[in-house]
Design a protein. Structure first.
Length: 70
């Protein structure tokens, strides 16, 4: 993958992650750590579980980590 393509993807991923960070008021890094350790209850605002958001958010963050390593 070209460097220019990687940079574009990283910027897009960061933009997508900001949507979740703004919605839930938590940095993606902290959310990911909670997701990995099974401590999502601190992010649950009492509304029905946000499983779809959480899965997508975590997946986007993992892709970002891989793109940054590349």
């Amino acid at each position: 993958m070209e460097l220019q393509q990687l940079v574009r993807e990283i910027h897009w991923l960061e933009w997508q992650l900001r949507t979740y960070e703004d919605k839930y008021g938590v940095p993606s890094r902290d959310f990911h750590q909670a997701m990995e350790s099974g401590q999502l209850s601190e992010f649950d605002d009492g509304e029905p579980p946000h499983f779809h958001d959480f899965l997508e958010w975590d997946g986007l963050y993992e892709v970002l980590l891989k793109r940054e390593q590349a």
